[in-house]
Ligand binder design. Sequence first.
Ligand code: NAD
Ligand code: ZN
Length: 366
Amino acid sequence: ELTQLRVGLGERSYDIVIGPGLLAEAGTRIAALRPGARVGIVTDRNVADRHLGTVEAALGEAGLTPTPVIVEPGEKSKCFAVFEQVVDALLAARIERGDLVLALGGGVVGDLAGFAAAALRRGVDFVQAPTSLLAQVDSSVGGKTGINSRHGKNLVGAFHQPILVLADTGALDTLPLREFRSGYAEVAKYGLIDNAPFFAWLERKWEAVFGGGPARIEAIATSCASKAAVVSRDEKETGDRALLNLGHTFGHALEAGAGFSQRLLHGEAVAVGMAQAFRFSAAQGLCAPADAERVETHLRTVGLPTRIADIPGELPDTDGLMGLIGQDKKVSRGALTFILARGIGQSFIARDVDPAEVRAFLEGER
Ligand code: NAD
Ligand code: ZN
């Protein structure tokens, strides 16, 4: 029932294991790599309440020495103050070279714990045990770690690859539906980027993916394999790793416009952004309008938003959104860089998008 993939990065290559029951196997799997190690388990309170006991027991039985470090749930924990607390707690637990940091949680815990591992004693090994769908298909793979600054999200961090990723698909049973749906937007993204058969499969099987069981494992494995392949080709995002930003230029502007709040989760913003990227591509004559409609229909079917009007509360006007798009790091000089599409599974990097065309498109969207 387990799927195993490998991220190929020379001597820093690592395995991603996907399937149910992996948190209970964390001890034997980690002990096989670092026998007798001390393990600082960074997690948040929500995940600790549900899964920490399983992991602590598994590590103890395998002869490892676990120390939990529990932070508050939510994006606010990706900050300097909590980073300092985590690093101090790991030092107090005497985590040294040869020991490990285990990130047990969603993308917030993964980014925070990974950055703590990168900085602690100039780098200790770390293992990702992602427990949200978003973390399992996206943030736990690829080695980007970091925290937010008052100047913006993810502005302080490091590339630090894990030595192992354990994606326990059973842990998703305790994830709130809205969080699952938000992570599903990133799953659909992999189909839309370059895997049309996968998107068609999702259109048929999405209910089984939401329900759990083999279809869920398959969807996560396919998504991880896509991300792992891109990361193996382009670790530091100089080339086609940028394709992973499909839906994220519009999406980030909306997320920022909503103040990065619970009003609009990341994957919800990406869902609107992907639908917009396809509508914009259709408006530019790049892709068939029927493809843009198909994208929108599927996202709406699973309960994701696809239009600005679907987002509750006030958002900036078109000029405000253009300003936020301009602040996006995917901008170079006057022209905007967008991920656009010639069809489902045919996304490409467009480096010379005219801001006036984007503005006219957004104006027409409201
Ligand atoms: P999150 O970590 O805040 O998790 C979402 C919520 O679900 C939290 O309340 C968490 O406590 C809860 N949760 C997680 N697993 C659970 C479980 N099994 N049962 C019950 N509750 C559970 O958010 P996220 O969506 O997982 O990740 C978002 C973060 O990931 C953002 O900070 C984003 O910047 C980052 N990210 C990083 C990368 C990367 O490449 N490093 C990529 C994408 C996103
Ligand atoms: Zn994303």
